[in-house]
Design a protein around this ligand. Structure first.
Ligand SMILES: Nc1ncnc2c1ncn2[C@@H]1O[C@H](COP(=O)(O)OP(=O)(O)OP(=O)(O)O)[C@@H](O)[C@H]1O
Ligand SMILES: [Mg+2]
Length: 482
């Protein structure tokens, strides 16, 4: 009977022994020595192949693969396990980054195979190199996909780390280029913009799919561009949206000021001088077209929108046009193909208000919310910019902030009723224009554009009223919406 339990006892003691040895090795740090020995034993039984990636080629030109490999290796978590790394300050003031020391080894895993890289110190030619070591047995299976993987990851890292630029056009003869740039640091992102969440995800996936469809556009013989029209009252987030797009795609921004463009050919020149992977914006296009306050003709604008000149390079560009209203705009400007996506930016509703309260005050719910909701339901509204300002001014006290929003909304509601009484009193002659406005979802005539803020808010109310029947945000892809 005792003999039956013997092997079990031995097994148990063996497991306990191994467990204790492992705990001992980890505790004393001897585990690293053991691993090194184990690796040497493994090395002894495998045949390896080495690939050198030098910093310069034989003509002493920079080998771009070296930079990509360097970016890739320095992004690996296993960098921390290397025996010797340098600690350096990163791009941002509080960033600390690790850099592999010369002759240090870094390990990587790819498709179940182990790959080691050695950061070789300068040789006679004063050039550095990375040397990849893989088992011959794994070479056929992983070499190509692994190199492809390095390319993809390093390209992604480059996108993430590049400093974005904001270009603005200057007047003048254009001898030395017409764009002047500064760092683009606008913090607006899709997360900070108050926008219906479904619409937000649709727009994000639209942008993502655009940035990945080069082949598709080429096959159709189309310029690889996507045009967005953002329309809505002032302070509803149109410019913030442009920044969010740039931050999302990591694209530079070119802000075209039409008042500084000399003529159609000047506009073409500006377009030619933009770089790939950029968002090109014309703000307040309606103002320029309706008031004709630019030297550029309508056909000049249309050619710009079509991006004909860009077809030579066919690299990705996003065109964004902002307008207060698209009602008085020549339909040719808005036709499908010229404008791919129309996005309506309405004044605030309760859902947008909650997003703002969360962003600005860190408040997800509050006892004053039902009161705010009721006021919105009665038709009062303000622009997100106006609500945001009230919240910033009272950011230390959410209750005070919400009370000030309520007071402002109530004042706005009162002004609205006052305006509607005024309209009724005016009667006859003016009734026609009011009806016309309402029938046309609140057409905003050029005279109204200049009639000041109060009128603009009134316009916003009419617009919101009509849009509430359908959706608060309007996105129509590939067709004009009205
Ligand atoms: N939908 C929104 N979500 C979050 N913040 C917003 C939103 N709309 C406006 N804001 C805030 O209001 C300010 C003004 O917004 P923005 O400049 O984007 O408005 P706009 O529609 O471009 O106005 P305008 O037509 O006058 O140029 C910004 O600081 C922004 O943070
Ligand atoms: Mg703006």
């Amino acid at each position: 009977m005792k003999l039956v339990y013997y092997p079990l006892l031995l097994l148990f003691l063996g497991v306990c022994f191994l467990f204790l040895v492992r705990a001992f090795l980890i505790r004393t740090g001897l585990i690293y020595v053991t691993r090194k020995w184990w690796r040497s034993i493994e090395d002894y039984f495998h045949v390896y192949q080495f690939y050198k990636v030098p910093e310069f080629n034989e003509s002493m030109q920079e080998n771009q693969l070296y930079g990509k490999v360097s970016d890739y290796l320095h992004s690996l978590a296993s960098l921390e396990d290397s025996d010797f790394t340098n600690l350096l300050t990163g791009k941002k003031p509080n960033d600390i980054v690790l850099r592999l020391d010369p002759n240090q080894v870094i390990e990587d895993d790819f498709l179940g195979a182990k790959v080691s890289w050695i950061n070789e110190a300068s040789d006679k030619a004063h050039s550095r190199s990375f040397v990849m070591k893989i088992r011959k047995a794994d070479k056929r299976r992983i070499l190509r996909p692994y190199l492809q993987h390095i390319h993809t990851v390093s390209n992604e890292l480059e996108e993430q780390n590049k400093d974005l630029k904001l270009y603005t056009n200057i007047g003048g003869d254009g001898q030395n280029g017409r764009w002047r740039s500064v760092s683009f640091t606008h913090p607006s992102t899709f997360e900070t913009i108050a926008m219906e969440s479904d619409l937000k995800s649709k727009l994000k996936s639209d942008l993502e799919s655009f940035s990945k469809t080069k082949q598709y556009y080429h096959r159709l013989g189309r310029v690889w561009k996507r045009s967005y029209l953002l329309f809505g009252p002032s302070g509803t987030g149109k410019s913030s949206f442009v920044s969010a797009v740039a931050n999302f795609l990591r694209y530079d921004v070119y802000d075209v000021d039409l008042s500084r463009v000399a003529d159609d050919s000047d506009l073409k020149l500006l377009l030619l001088q933009t770089t790939t992977k950029s968002v090109i914006v014309i703000e307040d296009l309606d103002r320029f077209l309706v008031e004709k306050s630019t030297a550029v003709s309508l056909s000049g604008v249309l050619n710009f929108m079509d991006g004909i000149l860009n077809s030579c390079c066919a690299e990705e560009r996003i065109l964004v046009f902002t307008m207060t209203s698209k009602d008085n705009i020549d339909p040719a400007v808005l036709r499908p193909g010229r404008i791919d996506v129309h996005i309506h930016f309405p004044l605030c509703d309760f859902t947008a208000f909650k997003t703002l309260a969360n962003n600005y005050l860190g408040v997800k719910d509050h006892k004053l919310f039902p009161q705010v909701e009721e006021i919105f339901q009665n038709g009062a509204t303000l622009s997100p910019a106006e609500i945001g300002e009230l919240m910033i001014a009272n950011r230390n006290s959410p209750s005070r902030a919400l009370k000030s929003v309520i007071t402002a909304l109530q004042a706005e509601g009162d002004r609205r009723s006052y305006a509607s009484v005024g309209r009724r009193l005016l009667g006859g002659l003016s009734r026609h224009s009011t009806e016309e406005s309402e029938n046309n979802s609140g057409i905003f005539s050029p005279e109204n554009v200049n009639a000041g803020k109060d009128f603009r808010k009134l316009y916003g109310l009419l617009k919101l009223k009509s849009s509430k029947k359908s959706q608060s945000y309007e996105i129509v892809s590939g067709q004009k919406c009205g």
